[in-house]
Ligand binder design. Structure first.
Ligand code: DGY
Length: 304
């Protein structure tokens, strides 16, 4: 039987009505992390059977609402792990060594002489890297940190086995100790009610004034206004951000701060990885519509 699938474009929340109108009568929806898939949309698409997200994160989808309606939800894990870890590490390097600021300085024609203290930053090699969330991406960042001879601390509500910890060379510590000891803190947790504002004023106050915060997970994991204040008043040294609390908006203060290295949610944006993500989303969709178990199903209970 012929099935119809809606492939959404990059529609932000204000266009939810448009998406609701277009999904009516479709069997499948291939959506992106910018599409909010909630009960009203799901109810407007009576025959919808599969929602295939082109992202590993699926906080944009109300999974329990989909499950209640018998709709399969899928994501794209694995294929973007190393590409995302590369960008996280680029932000660690770039924020630590003030690359954005240095480039702006040079382009503004201000480089008129070498100076001993010109744009001095913070060493990455040998520093302590604090990883929040030691899933696939957190582990890939740990491997990169090892290459820079970093001490690797991590916090995750689910502690890894001793074997995994030993193989990666990571030490488990409490959230507080990771924040207190790390020179670089990098976030790799999914956005859930538990991780919303995981890093807020209290957590920022625990960090060293020389510390750098990197976020490639989801914007709301960090209280962006509190971060902007901490960066402005020297509470922490710098931040490298790929994601923002109210994307695509960025806190206006962050846009003015030299010590914020900010990029527009590009962590998985290599040609090869984005291609793999799209293919994976298509494969998940086809399997689901053919009555098979999609390889990357998020809510397997829906098939019970
Ligand atoms: C994801 O897949 O969740 C990423 O944020 C996309 O870059």
């Amino acid at each position: 039987m012929r099935r119809t699938v809606l492939i959404s474009k990059h529609i932000y929340q204000e266009a939810v009505d448009q998406l609701i109108a277009r999904v009516a009568g479709k069997d499948g929806l291939v959506c992106q992390l910018t599409d909010r898939i909630g009960p009203s949309l799901l109810d407007s698409a009576k025959g919808l059977r599969v929602v295939s997200n082109v992202a590993v994160g699926f906080d944009n989808i109300d999974v329990s609402a989909a499950t209640q309606r018998g709709i399969i939800v899928t994501n794209t894990p694995g294929v973007l792990t190393d590409t995302t870890a590369d960008l996280a590490f680029a932000l660690i390097l770039g924020a630590g060594r003030r690359l954005g600021e240095a480039e702006r300085y040079l382009r503004a024609g201000r480089f008129n002489q070498w100076r001993i203290n010109l744009l001095t930053g913070w060493d990455i090699w040998g520093a302590t890297l604090g990883i929040f969330g030691l899933g696939r991406i957190g582990q890939a960042v740990a491997r990169r940190g090892r290459g820079f001879n970093m001490r690797l601390l991590y916090y995750d509500p689910y502690r890894q086995s001793e074997e995994v910890e030993r193989a990666l060379g990571v030490e488990y510590a409490s959230k507080r100790e990771v924040l207190r000891q790390a020179d670089f803190v990098t976030l790799h947790c999914a956005l859930t009610p538990d991780t919303h504002h995981l890093i807020g004023p209290e957590e920022l106050a625990l960090m060293k004034p020389t510390a750098v915060l990197v976020n490639t997970s989801r914007g709301p994991v960090v209280d962006e206004a509190a971060l902007a204040d901490a960066l402005q008043c020297g509470g922490i040294a710098a931040a490298g951000l790929d994601v923002f609390e109210h994307e695509p908006a960025v806190h206006p203060k962050l846009l003015t701060l030299e010590n914020a290295l900010i990029v527009p949610h590009i962590a998985s944006a290599s040609v090869a990885t984005r291609t793999r993500m799209c293919c994976m989303a298509a494969e998940n969709m086809i399997a689901g519509l053919q009555g098979q178990r999609p390889p990357n199903i998020v809510n397997p209970e829906v098939l019970d």
